[in-house]
Design a protein around this ligand. Structure first.
Ligand SMILES: Nc1ncnc2c1ncn2[C@@H]1O[C@H](COP(=O)(O)O)[C@@H](OP(=O)(O)O)[C@H]1O
Ligand SMILES: O=[N+]([O-])c1ccc(OS(=O)(=O)O)cc1
Length: 304
């Protein structure tokens, strides 16, 4: 059963809002934690491509770019299904009879493109054993936080984030689904040269999509013409994706995602955090950030 059919189950909002549980210190929905053994034992394949991100770092955007590259810029083919059916979200677990990410992935013919928000130490070990390619996308903490905050308000399957002030504290403490942003970006950064990992930044993609799309195509060992490249840049621009029902999550019932609270395709703009953080919140966040990121040589741009 597809996710769009969820409304037919007559679940109320309180049934959707997940109970949470920690697995290895990482907050997850109870459904994900109940399913953890199966997720951990997921069998990856050598020709799988995994798109790994912290939530709200530009996952859907990267999925669309990858799909367009794999389909030689054929927009029709990329409209074949919703983004979440084209690229199974491996740990996302829904109540039966709905399809969970693992079910979709196991049914999908190879070569598969999969999605995860898991921190590096929780990635099913078969991905390392099979040497699957991985694209990791990182986005600066403050924009990720604001995006995650608004997403948590509109997506009834995520815990209620409270006020922005309250949410900033949860985010700093890593007490949000998929855990600490700081550990996530650092953890993936530390292993990037030991595996087939392309580590990208949202801000770079926004600054020069052509350059970053070329990097992805090279990583996928795909030759693309200038014409196809330009088509991909256009089709995966924020304004075009915002109107694409196969990419913008508007086909889900509003009992799951209520776009009138905040659209999934919200702003798509580095530096938007400035419209939400007070000066005091920003200074306090930066001081804590310096402590948490000390010792790492990873640098982020909070605006471009
Ligand atoms: N084509 C695109 N260009 C730029 N940003 C995009 C984009 N498609 C989606 N996004 C942004 O990526 C974020 C969602 O990330 P994810 O796909 O990982 O959940 C949202 O950020 P904002 O909430 O800041 O607008 C969304 O607007
Ligand atoms: O319910 N969904 O389809 C869903 C839930 C979470 C989710 O998270 S996100 O961070 O990948 O946008 C995306 C889709």
């Amino acid at each position: 059963m597809s996710l769009e059919k969820m409304k037919d189950l007559h679940l109320g909002e309180q049934d959707l809002q997940p109970e949470t549980r920690e697995v290895n210190g990482i907050l997850m929905s109870k459904l994900m934690s109940d399913n953890w053994d199966k997720i951990w034992n997921f069998q990856a394949k050598p020709d799988d491509l995994l798109i790994a991100t912290y939530a709200k770092a530009g996952t859907t955007w990267t999925q669309e770019i990858v799909d367009m590259i794999q389909n030689d810029g054929d927009v029709q083919k990329c409209q074949r299904a919703n983004t979440y059916d084209r690229h199974p979200f491996i740990e996302w677990t829904l109540p039966p009879p709905l399809n969970s990410g693992l079910d979709l992935a196991n049914k999908m013919p190879s070569p598969r493109t999969l999605k995860t928000h898991l921190p590096v130490h929780m990635l099913p070990p078969s991905f390392w054993k099979e040497n699957s390619k991985i694209i990791y996308v990182a986005r600066n903490a403050k924009d990720c936080l604001v995006s995650y905050y608004y997403f948590s308000r509109m997506n009834k399957m995520l815990p209620d984030p409270g006020t922005l002030g309250e949410y900033i504290e949860q985010f700093k403490a890593g007490k949000v689904l998929w855990g600490s942003w700081y550990d996530h970006v650092k953890g993936w950064w530390d292993v990037k040269d030991q595996h087939r990992i392309l580590y990208l930044f949202y801000e770079d993609m926004k600054e020069d999509p052509k350059r970053e799309i070329k990097k992805i195509a090279k990583f996928l060992e795909k030759d693309i013409s200038e014409e196809v490249l330009n088509k991909i840049i256009y089709h995966t621009s924020f304004d075009v994706m915002k109107e694409n029902p196969m990419a913008n999550y508007t086909t889900l019932p509003s009992s799951i995602m209520d776009h009138s609270i905040s659209p999934f395709m919200r702003k798509g703009m580095p530096g938007d955090w400035k419209n939400y953080f007070t000066v005091a919140q920003s200074e306090d966040f930066d001081e804590d950030y310096r402590r948490k990121m000390a010792g790492s040589n990873i640098t982020f741009r909070t605006e471009i």
